[in-house]
Design a protein around this ligand. Structure first.
Ligand SMILES: Cc1cc2nc3c(=O)[nH]c(=O)nc-3n(C[C@H](O)[C@H](O)[C@H](O)COP(=O)(O)OP(=O)(O)OC[C@H]3O[C@@H](n4cnc5c(N)ncnc54)[C@H](O)[C@@H]3O)c2cc1C
Length: 322
């Protein structure tokens, strides 16, 4: 047998492959979600049903009903956020190897490590959610096989399971990735979130800014809570109970941050008079959709982070069966 790599470094060598595979599965989540979205968008433009409150047309295409428009908008916003997280994980992986200095390479490696479980778990959860919403937009036609919408939903369902279930990704995030550098990578990321906040205040007023500010505060509180709990060996169950909600919270806020940066870049292009104005205005609206529909939920994520292991211990197998 041949030795691959250095002795006693097997697990870390294996993680080179695992990180790439996990990112690839995250991208699979994005790909299925995008396909399900395009399918649903096309159907919503063709299917006619009911009077539109916007156009007054009696037999309007369902895309002209606010609830269908909301669903499509949230699907689009979540896909854009998941895609940005996956691409940024790839950029971090490249810079972890090729940045100019050792310090920068270490910093980017920390970000790659932090983002990889989020890219895998958050994006594949979005794949399922968006594919499910795609079925919903098709109504009864989505449930039967003819349109193909149900096939995307089934295909999306494997991605949160293989290459380490999403529960295992969350445990990896809080158990290894968050604390391997004493929480420095998470602190750097939170500092980047905070640096975007004043810029956001130049583009939006009121809720889109407040929601991001609240979300960043929530993720900072949750991070400190977990790092504190991790420092106490008697609180292992608290940390593991918090894992899923923490990954989702960090994914929600990272996705929002990336859409916010996209909106800022779009505004700069609009001001310069370059690019397609419909596409660029769309980027600015997309962040607002995301802020209202995703960032608005951060307080429930924070509550789930802090619920504590003792509560779930009380929900014993007997209680669950009762
Ligand atoms: C279509 C398909 C293709 C696959 N391809 C490959 C492949 O190419 N290569 C490969 O190596 N594997 C492959 N797998 C296997 C896949 O990686 C495993 O199914 C997956 O890792 C989950 O393991 P399991 O099925 O044993 O579930 P289990 O480990 O039994 O997990 C069941 C549930 O319990 C949870 N759980 C388990 N342990 C813990 C714990 N300690 N703490 C908290 N929660 C826990 C899990 O998150 C999950 O929700 C494939 C599976 C499928 C279905």
């Amino acid at each position: 047998a041949e030795l691959v790599g250095q002795p006693h470094q097997g697990l870390s060598h294996m993680f080179v492959m695992m990180n790439a595979a996990r990112l690839a599965v995250g991208v699979e989540g994005v790909g299925i979600a995008e396909r399900a979205y395009q399918h649903a968008l096309e159907y919503a433009r063709e299917r006619k049903q009911g009077r539109s409150v916007w156009t007054g047309v009696a037999n309007a295409p369902i895309i002209d009903h606010p609830d269908v428009r909301r669903t499509l908008s949230v699907m689009k916003a979540k896909i854009a956020a998941a895609r940005a997280i996956c691409l940024s994980t790839g950029v971090a992986a490249d810079l972890a190897r090729h940045a100019a200095t050792e310090d920068e390479r270490r910093k980017w490696k920390g970000r790659e490590d932090l983002f990889t479980p989020i890219a895998k778990a958050w994006s594949t959860d979005i794949g399922c959610e968006v594919a499910s919403q795609g079925v919903q937009i098709h109504g009864g036609m989505g449930f039967i096989e003819e349109t193909g919408a149900a096939q995307y939903y089934r295909d999306a369902r494997i991605a949160p399971i293989y290459e380490g279930t999403n529960g295992i990704q969350a445990m990896d995030l809080v158990g290894r990735k968050l604390s391997q550098d004493g929480g420095q990578s998470a602190r750097d990321l939170i500092a980047d979130f905070k640096a975007t906040l004043p810029l956001l205040g130049r583009l939006y007023t009121g809720k889109p800014v407040d929601r991001f500010a609240n979300a960043v505060e929530a993720v900072e509180d949750a991070t400190l809570w977990i790092l504190d709990a991790k420092a106490d060996k008697d609180r292992a169950a608290d940390v593991l109970t918090a894992a899923d909600a923490y990954l989702k919270l960090l994914g929600d806020v990272t996705g929002g941050w990336m859409l916010a940066k996209g909106a800022l870049a779009a505004k700069a292009e609009l001001d310069a008079g370059t690019g397609d104005p419909v596409w660029l205005e769309g980027k600015i609206a997309l962040y607002e959709v995301y802020a209202a529909n995703v960032l608005g939920h951060v307080s429930s994520r924070l509550a789930a982070v802090g619920q504590g292991g003792a509560l779930l211990e009380r929900m014993s197998a007997d209680v669950l069966a009762g």
